[in-house]
Design a binder for this molecule. Structure first.
Ligand SMILES: Nc1nc2c(ncn2[C@@H]2O[C@H](COP(=O)(O)OP(=O)(O)OP(=O)(O)O)[C@@H](O)[C@H]2O)c(=O)[nH]1
Ligand SMILES: [Mg+2]
Length: 356
């Protein structure tokens, strides 16, 4: 399943505009009640080199699904059916891309920090209800002194107090035990957040709104990608060969989709590795630090279960040597075992025993 990023933000902050800029989907912005989704291929210049080297035409890229979720304002998650649909979209996301309006709009002050708090508050109100329900469910077992239930209820109580104090779960510095205890709650305020500053012109990137946003993001260990949403959404509707001069006016050489997805990868600690041959070049995504069998499991669960070893050539070594055979001759092909931590750009062959 591709990585799923949900676009959140207050109404009118430019979510649909940014969605279009990133996915080139050309969705109408007048359809604000509905969510939209599109899958974008993760750009990676290394793929072209691998395709040339293996003389193959078939490429399977990594992809990210982007979901444009209707705006969140005070009380919107409590609005019966619409509210619960909204929540369901947010819950299914692996990460949230929080779009923050940094452009001037008529009759509305530009207040990025206030907008962020509005969204976080909605997520926290809904999360608090989820945790409260879990604590209620545990009550019976707590009364009869079930040790595990007591521990879980205590952990949930800590998280709940944090939420009531206005700290999103992602910023509460949860202990391992607390994380485990709330794992089945799938808390929205616990999801990793990347901020997109939606600005009117490249000049604004140096302005006070983006600066305030950056400070806020870095305080919680996150980052900000600035986009001229409207301009880029317009440019994305042009044929690729006509975009150059318009992008240049924004000081860009390509659309910002690359920057957004790379930042999401960093935020989530994701890396890509490859399987490559005459048949195809295939990109796989896993978490940084995952061991070889876990990475192999992204290709097929049998490969994880029956994992024996992994043959690895680092992308740079492969390109430098010019072929697998040359890399092997130069001693750059490594045999790695179960404890090997996969590295971004590894080109791998998995040896495994298939199930009988
Ligand atoms: N000047 C300027 N206007 C923008 C920018 N991005 C969006 N807008 C305008 O802001 C308005 C709202 O944009 P949308 O993309 O519909 O915002 P949204 O967040 O999807 O709104 P809802 O779906 O209603 O919550 C539209 O009139 C856009 O044209 C931008 O980067 N600069
Ligand atoms: Mg919209």
């Amino acid at each position: 399943m591709p990585l799923r990023c949900g676009l959140v933000g207050v109404p009118g902050c430019g979510k649909t505009t940014v969605f279009n800029a990133v996915t080139s989907a050309g969705t109408s912005i007048f359809d604000a009640a509905e969510s939209h989704r599109a899958t974008v291929a993760v750009p990676d210049p290394r793929i072209d080199r691998l395709v040339a080297l293996y003389r193959t035409g078939k490429i399977v890229r990594a992809s990210v699904e982007i979901v444009d979720i209707p705006g969140l304002s005070e009380g919107s998650t409590a609005e019966g059916g619409r509210g619960s649909r909204l929540l369901a979209h947010i819950k299914e996301a692996d990460a949230l891309i929080h779009v923050v309006r940094c452009f001037a709009a008529p009759e509305r002050p530009t207040s990025p920090l206030h907008d962020i708090e509005t969204v976080d508050l909605e997520l926290m109100v809904a999360d608090a209800q989820t945790v409260e329900r879990k604590i209620e469910r545990l009550a019976k077992r707590v009364r009869i002194g079930d040790k595990f239930a007591v521990r879980e209820a205590e952990d949930c109580g800590n998280v709940l107090r944090g939420l009531h104090a206005g700290t999103p779960a992602r910023n509460q510095g949860l202990t391992e035990s607390e994380e485990t205890s709330v794992a089945d709650c799938n808390l929205m305020s616990q999801k990793p957040v990347l901020y997109v500053a939606n600005v009117a012109s490249p000049r604004d990137v140096e302005g006070p709104n983006v600066a305030a946003l950056r400070e806020r993001a870095s305080a919680e260990g996150s980052e900000v990608v600035s986009i001229c949403g409207r301009e880029e959404a317009d440019i994305s509707e042009l044929p690729a060969e006509d975009r150059g001069p318009f992008l240049a006016e924004l000081g860009l050489s390509e659309l910002s989709v690359d920057r957004v997805i790379r930042a999401a990868y960093r935020k989530l600690g994701l890396v890509d590795f490859f399987t490559a041959g005459e048949k195809e070049v295939h990109v796989w995504t896993t978490r940084r630090g995952d061991k070889a069998p876990v990475a192999a499991g992204k290709i097929h669960t049998d490969m994880e279960r029956g994992f024996i070893r992994m043959e690895v050539i680092a992308y740079d070594d492969l390109i430098e040597c010019g072929s697998e055979a040359a890399a092997a001759k130069a001693g750059r092909r490594r045999l790695e075992g179960r404890d090997y931590k996969i590295q971004d750009g590894d080109v791998v062959v998995i040896r495994f025993s298939p199930p009988r």
